[in-house]
Design a binder for this molecule. Structure first.
Ligand code: NAG
Ligand code: NAG
Ligand code: NAG
Ligand code: NAG
Ligand code: NAG
Ligand code: NAG
Ligand code: NAG
Length: 916
């Protein structure tokens, strides 16, 4: 291939482009190919643009029109002034470009608009942009630019808008930016900027939008902000700002959106806050250390729609919300509000006519008394209500019966007593019901069986008596059932053991349950955690228990079981593996793990073999556990489990503080788009009522993730999704996949984009979950036809390589390992292997071979004389790639390549294809 072609993809057929793109994706690219430089003599703009082009990689060939057959004003993305024909706009956003930003861009001296956002530029921002004295709009967001914001930018005195969010920019905000007197929008969020916000920011008197969230500025919020009299939106969340509430802000009566959450601010709120910010719509000061009362003046903020003050130290009464006709979001959780007195919740009556309220969370405060009658008038759109962990008492609050649209109700950890009334069955939209750790007595109402969309039910830790109603068997959506620590008697109804939806957790422990275990227990094929201990269950353990393939945890001790342990239990692979060091396993004298041959790790006293090295695992977390718990569970259920543990957290604050120390991954819409291949249906692994879940591989670290995205079409979903995010973003539990991040960024249209990103396991890949790897014994697992199944193969680096190999084959053949064609000894690996080397083109995804498929040519590539040579080259490359896939997915462990070799090999393939 001729030199120069590499950067001139118009000369290559679509196939080469697709290939390049995909190789780039699969290779752990440590390199960037910098192309040959073009030098022609021409006028300034033209030269500058060609220099610009020469430094970028353009896999989609969008710059192919940048050649001598066209005038520059006709080049893609370029706009010239009418009169002088100089370049005034350069708009190459979202074109898949990568490479560096050439300093020669500074020679486009008539440039007014520069849009390079949503690409992968990974250089510094060249100082020379400071020469663009006419520049008004400067947008480079969603790239990987690093280094400082060039101080020279302050020379571009016509700048109206600087949008640089979601890059890797470092250093301090240049003091001289204060000279940009026309600047209206400064958006620097999601970078690594540190130092302090310079006081000169107060000189930006035209500023309307100031976004600096999720950097590391530290320091205080400068008092000069008070000069920004036109400011409407201020986002400073997720930094390390210290000091008091910036009272300078209260001079800015134009403010509509104020987010100071997740900083280290202390002190009290200004008493006149509600009067000085009269048109505020969105106030989020959560996760700071504010204390004292919520100012009464808040009641004047009649436009307020979101009021979020959770995780602070507020005390005293809650003011009235009566004037706020748009209020949709109210979270005051985890404070010290209330006095444990009877009338603490009377403020809820001020919400009585609120038709817009969707989310109400007052959990973990000091509220006493009971839930007042008046809330029955409250909007029937209220979806969530939580008064978990307060000092509420009295009978079950009957005022709740009128909230017929309630989806989540949590009143656990209070002192409610008396029976759980049968009317509970009328709240038939309930998805999650938490009534645990109260003082309820009497029987579990039969009417709970009416709640057929309920996924989570906790009645744990009450004084419930009687038998377990068989009507619960009608709750066919139930994923999690916790009725432990009551005084329930009688047998476990077979109907409950037939609930195949139960997948996360079923806890019957510490009751007086008796009788035999129903044979139907074998239906709990998806269940990860079953607890029956501390009852009077008797008889033989049914051998059908061996069908509960997903079981990770099984507690049966402290019962009256007799007879042999059924041999079928040996098929419960999930419950062996690495032994935790915490929990019951910390007490070596009280716990025995004898006779479990597959166990490893644990405290030294157990004398178990060391677990096979899994890389960087040093903490005692049960990695196998996370895979197995994950297996068989769609992410919606994970979310609910997370919620479950959230609502049962007992120690206040610990969660919040550990999370802020950790810091979450910074992930943008674009990153997720990339990671999931444009949210492609091939990566869709599940949909739930809240949204869809995609698998993906994130960033250069190639982190395997699952992304849960809100269904953007459904407005209602948005609300519930935000609710989840609010609830979840700090939660970790050892049995759960880690939530890497949540709720950040905006999509290309600037709309809020909400996603939860889960990690699948520390160093592994999602594919292992989707397509369990070969066991180390060499025995092949059945390829699962459904996600609801899985296997807890020991995680190892080799396992990762295997998954990688399968992924490579998947990407290049376009066939999933679960494709219907596989079976009967044929799998993706053997299929690919058999095609090597001559038939490789026949198994390749036709998409890769280009759209220009010639029907007469079964090999999918038009074979003109000219392209014959290239075809051979492509074929060679494909053979190499498929070989890599095949070798990596080899059943024999030692045949697999190291990732280093894989990277090198792919690098070589790429170079060959580029002809360099
Ligand atoms: C851009 O301007 C600088 C300084 O005037 C000059 O050295 C450089 O050659 C110019 N670049 C191009 C591509 O014309
Ligand atoms: C220039 O670009 C046009 C349009 O993309 C293309 O048709 C033409 O072949 C190119 N010319 C050269 C000399 O590369
Ligand atoms: C900011 O404004 C002050 C007073 O108007 C002026 O003295 C100072 O030079 C300005 N600084 C910057 C960086 O704009
Ligand atoms: C807030 O409450 C926590 C927990 O009680 C306490 O450790 C912290 O010191 C308090 N912060 C302030 C500023 O009062
Ligand atoms: C709710 O509306 C009713 C009827 O319009 C009115 O009498 C009552 O005062 C209102 N309550 C609140 C708290 O606004
Ligand atoms: C439960 O459902 C049954 C049958 O659909 C109905 O008769 C009963 O009234 C319901 N109970 C409650 C409390 O809604
Ligand atoms: C259950 O009832 C007993 C006495 O009947 C009482 O001592 C105990 O505190 C109650 N437990 C709960 C959790 O209410």
């Amino acid at each position: 291939m001729a030199r120069g072609t590499a950067n001139n993809p118009c000369c290559c057929p679509a196939a080469t482009l697709w290939l390049l793109q995909r190789i780039t994706t699969i290779a752990l690219v440590a390199c960037s190919v910098s192309g040959a430089k073009w030098t022609h003599g021409n006028e300034n703009d033209r030269l500058a643009l060609l220099e610009f082009k020469a430094n970028i990689i353009d896999p989609l060939g969008v710059l192919s029109s940048w050649n001598s057959s066209h005038r520059i004003c006709e080049w893609f993305g370029v706009t010239c002034g009418q009169r002088h024909r100089r370049v005034t706009r350069l708009e190459l956003n979202s074109q898949g470009l990568s490479g560096t930003m050439s300093p020669h861009i500074g020679n486009l001296s008539f440039l007014r608009v520069l849009h390079l956002e949503n690409n992968s530029f990974h250089s510094r921002i060249p100082l020379e942009v400071g020469r663009l004295s006419r520049l008004g709009y400067f947008s480079l967001y969603n790239n990987s630019l690093h280094g400082p914001i060039p101080p020279s930018l302050s020379s571009c005195s016509n700048l109206v808008s600087i949008i640089l969010f979601n890059n890797k920019l470092q250093g301090q905000l240049p003091v001289d930016l204060g000279f940009l007197s026309k600047l209206k929008r400064l958006s620097l969020g999601l970078n690594e900027l540190n130092g302090v916000i310079p006081a000169s920011i107060g000189n930006l008197t035209s500023l309307v939008y100031l976004f600096m969230q999720e950097n590391k500025p530290g320091g205080r919020i400068p008092y000069t902000l008070s000069n920004l009299r036109n400011l409407k939106e201020l986002a400073l969340w997720g930094n390390n700002f210290v000091g008091n509430f910036p009272s300078s802000i209260t001079n800015i009566s134009s403010m509509e959106y104020l987010d100071l959450s997740n900083n280290q601010l202390v002190g009290t709120l200004p008493l006149d806050l509600g009067i000085t910010l009269p048109i505020l719509q969105d106030l989020d000061i959560s996760q700071n250390q504010f204390f004292g009362p919520i100012p009464k003046s808040i009641s004047n903020m009649s436009q307020l729609s979101r009021f979020v003050i959770q995780y602070n130290n507020f005390t005293g009464d809650v003011p009235s919300f009566q004037q706020m006709s748009n209020l949709s979001w109210l979270s005051m959780a985890v404070n010290y509000l209330g006095t444990e007195q009877a009338n603490d919740l009377n403020f809820l009556c001020s919400l009585a006519n609120s038709t817009t309220l969707q989310w109400l969370d007052i959990s973990e405060n000091n509220f006493g008394g009971t839930i007042p009658k008046c809330i029955g008038n409250m909007s029937n759109t209220l979806h969530v209500s939580s008064s978990h962990a307060n000092a509420l008492s009295g009978p079950f609050p009957s005022s709740l019966w009128d909230l017929i649209d309630l989806e989540v109700l949590s009143i656990s950890s209070n002192s409610f007593s008396g029976i759980i009334p049968p009317e509970i069955g009328s709240l038939n939209k309930i998805k999650a019901l938490f009534l645990g750790i109260c003082e309820f007595t009497g029987e579990i109402p039969h009417s709970l069986g009416n709640l057929t969309v309920m996924t989570t039910l906790s009645l744990r830790g009450n004084n419930l008596t009687g038998t377990i109603p068989s009507s619960l068997g009608k709750c066919q959506s139930l994923l999690l059932l916790d009725i432990a620590e009551n005084k329930l008697a009688g047998a476990i109804p077979p109907e409950i053991m037939s609930l195949s939806s139960l997948s996360i957790y079923a806890d019957f422990s510490e009751n007086n349950l008796s009788g035999e275990l129903p044979l139907e227990i074998g239906n709990l094929k998806n269940l990860g955690d079953l607890r029956l201990n501390g009852n009077k269950l008797s008889g033989e353990i049914p051998s059908s228990l061996g069908s509960c393939m997903s079981l990770m945890f099984l507690y049966m001790q402290d019962n009256m079981f007799t007879g042999p342990i059924p041999s079928t239990l040996s098929s419960l692979k999930g419950i062996e593996g690495k032994l935790p060091k915490e929990g019951v396993f910390a007490n070596t004298s009280a716990t025995s793990v004898l006779g479990n041959k597959e166990l490893c790790g644990g405290l030294p006293e157990y004398r178990l073999p060391k677990c096979e090295s899994t890389g960087k695992s040093t903490n005692g977390r049960v990695r196998t556990a996370s895979i197995c718990t994950v297996s068989g569970i769609l992410a919606t259920t994970l979310v609910l489990l997370l919620l479950y543990f959230l609502w049962h957290r007992k120690q206040r604050k610990t969660v919040a503080s550990s999370a802020s120390k950790d810091g979450f991954l910074k992930v943008s819409y674009r990153d997720l788009l990339k990671a999931t291949d444009g949210f492609s249906s091939a990566n869709l692994i599940g949909t739930g009522s809240f949204g869809s879940v995609f698998r993906g591989v994130l960033g250069l670290e190639q982190t395997a993730i699952a992304v849960k995205v809100l269904n953007l079409d459904r407005h209602g979903a948005s609300k519930s999704f935000i609710a989840e995010c609010e609830a979840l973003r700090n939660i970790r539990h050892r049995n759960l996949v880690k939530v890497l991040t949540a709720c950040s960024g905006s999509d290309y249209l600037g709309n809020d984009f909400k996603a939860l990103v889960y990690e699948f396991m520390v160093n592994g890949s999602l594919d292992e979950w989707l397509h369990p790897p070969v066991r180390t014994s060499g025995e092949r697992e059945d390829i699962p036809r459904q996600l609801e199944y899985g296997a807890g193969a020991e995680v190892s680096i080799n396992g990762d390589v295997y998954s990688y190999g399968i992924l490579v084959l998947e990407m290049f053949t376009g066939k999933r390992p679960t494709d219907n064609m596989f079976g009967d000894g044929l799998n993706l690996h053997s299929f690919a292997k058999a095609a090597l080397p001559e038939q490789v083109l026949q198994i390749i995804d036709p998409v890769l071979l280009g759209e220009s498929q010639n029907k007469d040519d079964s090999r999918g590539i038009r074979r003109s004389q000219r392209s014959h040579e290239r075809l051979l080259k492509i074929q060679e490359c494909l053979v190499s790639i498929v070989e890599i896939g095949v070798v990596c997915s080899s059943e024999v462990l030692r045949d697999r390549m190291s990732m280093g070799d894989v990277a090198a090999a792919l690098q070589a393939v790429r170079n060959k294809l580029l002809g360099s």
